[in-house]
Design a protein around this ligand. Structure first.
Ligand code: AQP
Length: 339
């Protein structure tokens, strides 16, 4: 297992700088990252190599990479405790990804839901091969650090299964090399849905006006988006897995992910209330989460050199571990070491 010198098991996770981070990214991933950081040896990267699996504007990619790293800190990741780095700063990610790509059966890759969803949005001939190979890169990210646990939203569970299968295949062919990671989903908020289409996952790259609340949304705007969220024509406020009640279920889930209360407690709280009351309560809890986070974010973006120094240190710590694992995997696969 990937324990550090304090014998803490290791955690790795990342977010793509493919747009502005949403409350889905926060509740599904970032919030858990903060919660586990003192119990595990945590590595959190900004996965820019993943972002280019769909076309990105170069200027924007660079800017979003910095913004995402700053957002990790603003959300509560302590760079003195956890390692924060940029994926492309550690070339071992790309190198191991190629080795794993060569071992990944096409059938496994083509079965991935994210590939099917994202490729369905593009003309067949313009789908980049990177979109198909995305899970091999994600496997490399995780396996390089011998991560024991990967805290993610549940849309990533299939990729985690793929990572385990690929690691097992490698270990079987070349000898025990990689740790098999386990997935960690939050109890509430593992899948936040779009406010406008509550049957589709909230995504940062979806550009319709009322789809997502972004972490840097002006607070009045965030509130307005929630007040406009799609609901239904029923009256009672309760959790439900019925598609037609997905909007109300989503609002309750957002509320629950922030408040940390049980279903029954929340349903009792909203008994006899209208959808307007529910939306106001959700908006209040989201705004009170965003306000301090935005304050910290702007503060640290104004601190000249701070972010760069965090990322420099993060790169050094990450590279030391990643390079050692890469070297071992290369040796096992039969690469001639440079003399
Ligand atoms: N709606 C969501 N609910 C819960 N968790 C979510 N995550 C993303 N959306 C939700 C979690 O956020 C982490 C980072 O995701 P990512 O950026 O690497 O890729 P993604 O899952 O494809 O996220 P997006 O926002 O939908 O990005 P785009 O639009 O670029 O594809 C992961 O842990 C993810 O589970």
């Amino acid at each position: 297992m990937g324990a550090d010198s304090n014998n803490k098991p290791r955690v790795l996770s990342g977010i793509q700088p493919s747009g502005n981070l949403t409350i889905g990214n926060y509740l599904g991933a970032l919030k858990q990252w903060v919660e586990v950081q003192h119990d595990y040896d945590c590595f959190y990267c900004v996965v820019d190599l993943h972002a280019i699996t769909v076309t990105q504007d170069p200027l924007e990619l660079r800017q979003k990479t910095r913004e995402s790293a700053a957002m990790y800190i603003a959300a509560g990741i302590d760079p003195e405790v956890s390692t924060i780095f940029v994926q492309s700063h550690v070339p071992a990610h790309s190198e191991l990804a190629w080795m794993l790509t060569c071992m990944a059966p096409l059938g496994w890759l083509q079965r991935m839901t994210q590939f099917k969803d994202k490729s369905a949005k593009q003309a067949q001939e313009s789908i980049g091969a990177g979109l198909l190979n995305y899970p091999s890169l994600m496997a490399a990210d995780i396996l390089l650090y011998h991560a024991d646990l990967v805290p993610v939203g549940d849309d990533q569970n299939q990729h985690l299964e793929f990572t385990r299968d690929l690691a097992q295949r490698f270990n079987h062919l070349y000898g025990e090399t990689f740790t098999l990671p386990s997935v960690m989903n939050p109890q509430a908020g593992a899948r936040i849905m779009g406010l406008d289409i509550p049957t589709a996952k909230m995504s940062k790259s979806e550009d319709s006006e009322n789809h997502a609340v972004f972490l840097l949304d002006d607070l009045a705007r965030a509130r307005k988006k929630i007040m406009r969220a799609v609901t239904d024509s029923h009256r009672d406020i309760r959790f439900s897995d019925q598609a037609e009640r997905a909007g109300v279920n989503n609002l309750l889930t957002i509320y629950q992910a922030i408040a940390g209360e049980r279903n029954e407690e929340i349903e009792a709280k909203f008994a006899g209330c209208g959808y307007g009351d529910l939306k106001r309560a959700v908006a209040d809890s989201v705004v009170s989460t965003l306000e301090p986070l935005q304050e910290r974010y702007y503060q640290l973006m104004n601190e000249a050199g701070y972010l760069d120094s965090v990322l420099r240190l993060g790169r050094e710590k990450a590279a030391a571990i990643a390079e050692a694992t890469l070297k071992l995997a290369q040796e096992r696969m039969g690469f001639l070491a440079p003399s």
